[in-house]
Each structure stands twice: as C-alpha cells, then as structure tokens.
Design a protein around this ligand. Structure first.
Ligand SMILES: [Zn+2]
Ligand SMILES: [Zn+2]
Length: 382
C-alpha cells in the first residue's frame, strides 16, 4: 500500500478517495480489507457533499463500464440506503449490461428505469426473479396495477418462477388484497437499535431483552421480553398502536423452532395464546444455563434511518436491529398469518443475534395483529 493511501485511512478526510480505494479491485490491497472491517460505512458516506456524491457516481459508472459489478453494487447500496440519492444513471447502465440481481438499489428508481425493467421482464428469461424483486421494491401504483394484472391474467412465464408472485412483494413488505389494493406490512418510520452505554435523562421509549416473569411451557427457560414499547412516546405515533405499553414476549429457544404467539393488550400484558403449537422438535437444553439476556446495552435511536436500510446485508458493522422499516430476511420472507383472523401480521421490529451475544447468529422478528391483539415472534438463521 502506498504511503499516500495509508494516510487516507489514518485521519485524512478525502472520503471519495477512500470509497474509490475500498471499491476498486484494481487497487486491491489486503490492508484495505482489514480497514473495511474497522471502518463504519456510515462514517464515510454520511459526510459526503453533493459534489463528492457526484464524483462517487462517476466512479461507479466506471466500475460498471469495466464490469466490476459487485463493487459497483456495493457503493450503490450505500448511496441508496445511507445517502438516499438518485442513482438512475447507474441503474440504467446496469440494466443495459443485464444486471438486476441487487434489487435493493432499485428502490427509488425513476419511472423511466421502472419502465425499462417492465420491458425487460418479457424477454429476460433467466433474470425474471431479480427483475420482479426490483419491481416489488419500487412498489408504486404502476407496479401494483401490473401485479394485479398478472394475478388475473397470468403470463406464460409465471410458471417458470420458483416462488408464487405474491412472495415477491413480501420482500418489499406489501401484498395485494382481494380487492386489488395493496396492504403495507410495516411502518415507514424506522429506528435503529444500537449498542449504547450513554444514559440519557429522558425516559427510554423502548426497553429490550428483559426477563419476563414466566417460564416457557415447552422448554422451561425463562421467557424474555424482546421489546417493551412505551407507547405514549411520540416516536411510535406512526405505528398506530394506541395505549400505554406493549410488551413483545418470546421464548428465545422455542421461537427458533416455531412461531410463538401471545395474547396482548396495550397496557403491557402478555399471556400464552391458545393458538400456540408446540414445535415438533426441541433440542435438549438445561433451562438454568440458557439466558438470552444481553450484556450489551442496546438502545433505540431517536434518529430515523431509511426504511429499507435493513434490507441489505453488505455493510460490515451495521446491524439489522431496528424498530419499524422493512425486515431483513435471512431466508425467504415469512410474515406470520394471524392465527385468529388469518390476515398477514404487521412487522414491528427485529433484533440481530450478534447484538445479543458475541458470535450470536440469525435474527429475531416481532409481529402484531392490532385487531386481534396477538403478537408473534420468530427467528431465521442464514
Ligand atoms: Zn421455550
Ligand atoms: Zn388477527
């Protein structure tokens, strides 16, 4: 590594140069990879000025031109999720090279880019899956109408998809209802959950990972309050849950094997639901030794991030843990159905295993059916 490059990582603030070094395989250096691990992407992208953003986009165009698609997508992901800037020119360049696989970056695509995707879906036999993911994320009225049309008059290619059309829109957090309208399954307001040791004077709007005064009927461990919402705090206004307190309780062992349902109210109560079904398999565990309770001090941040931020798994050091926004699925999307009314339940929040314990894996998810007052928790591991 040249002395100049090294200096860049040691205090210099030329972020465009840092991004170029980090994303250009022609400048590959083992030290850069190590530095990627240490540096938080937000630190590099958030301070970019408009002029610098333009330079970064030009760099991405060059990467695409040289067929360094992975690297280009990584930078675009940061531009979309962190900077939230218009990247239509780069998207068009990717489409012209027939690359559609990184669907998240299409999230805020223009109508022109969307129409280009719609055009391509008829001809790109091997890429339909990716194009449908991208269109679902764009998720505007034109896309809803198109999905409705495909549902009512299925095109020939629909049988070649390896999952039903409905499942594509679930990645983007919406589904078509019987009357052809779209139903959102998440809140646009999205608050990250971060490790934070600072104590604030204000009361915390959310408590995490507290012991719940009940033992699991199935495995005998102490139940855990995954999330404890103080509903009167205004940051939860857009969640449309009216009450004082909401506790999402789970068994961190059994939720890995089945969806755990609880009857709730908006006064903080949570009781075993009659709809629960014991998982057909449970590992041998010693309840005394098992505790999910975190040694990390996790806190909700009052600073929102984009609701699709959590979708990407490319940023090292940035956690998926959040309240609201779109869930990051480790596997296929699995929104539970409410066991009472059969409607798809709304996503409330997720906690990444590695934020709970060192070397923890997977993600815990929380859902709710407002009408039936039922909460659901589940888990996915990659
Ligand atoms: Zn259990
Ligand atoms: Zn329900």
């Amino acid at each position: 590594m040249e002395r100049k490059d090294f200096a860049l990582y040691n205090g210099e603030k030329d972020y465009v140069e840092i991004i170029k070094l980090m994303s250009d395989p022609r400048k590959f250096d083992i030290n850069i990879d190590c530095l990627k691990l240490r540096r938080n992407v937000e630190e590099i992208y958030l301070p970019l000025t408009q002029q610098e953003i333009q330079l970064v986009k030009e760099h991405v165009s060059e990467l695409i031109e040289s067929d360094y698609i992975d690297e280009a997508e990584e930078v675009l992901m940061a531009l979309v999720c962190i900077v939230e800037t218009d990247i239509n020119e780069c998207l068009t360049a990717l489409i012209n090279k027939e690359y559609y696989r990184c669907s998240t970056i299409f999230k805020n695509a223009s109508a022109e880019v969307r129409d280009l995707l719609i055009e391509r879906i008829e001809t790109e036999d091997g890429e339909r899956h990716n194009i449908l993911c991208a269109l679902s994320l764009i998720g505007d009225q034109t896309v809803f109408n198109l999905f409705n049309e495909w549902k009512n008059n299925p095109p020939e290619w629909i049988n070649e998809l390896y999952k039903p059309l409905d499942n594509y829109s679930l990645v983007a957090g919406w589904q078509l209802s019987e009357d052809g309208k779209n139903k959102n399954l998440f809140s646009y307001d999205c608050y990250p959950i971060k490790k934070e040791n600072l104590t604030s004077k204000d009361p915390e709007p959310l408590l995490l990972l507290e012991k719940f005064e009940e033992k699991c009927n199935w495995c005998g461990t102490t139940m855990t309050t995954l999330f404890d919402f103080m509903l009167s705090d205004k940051i939860f206004d857009s969640f449309n849950i009216h009450g004082r307190r909401l506790r999402i309780v789970t068994c961190h062992i059994c939720s890995c094997y089945t969806t755990v349902y609880r009857d709730i109210d908006f006064d903080g109560n949570s009781t075993l639901s009659e709809f629960n079904q014991k998982p057909s398999y449970l590992p041998e565990i010693n309840p005394e030794e098992e505790s999910i309770i975190s040694k990390n001090s996790l806190k909700i941040s009052r600073n929102k991030r984009s609701y699709f931020y959590g979708l990407n798994n490319r940023f090292i050091g940035i956690s998926a843990s959040q309240i609201g926004g779109l869930p990051r699925w480790e596997q296929e999307p699995e929104y539970p159905l409410c066991p009472k009314c059969n409607n798809t339940m709304m996503f409330l929040g997720q906690l990444q295993g590695s934020d709970i314990v060192e070397f923890g894996a997977g993600i815990y998810y929380a859902f709710i059916c407002h009408e039936c007052k039922i909460s659901a928790t589940s888990y996915q591991c990659d």
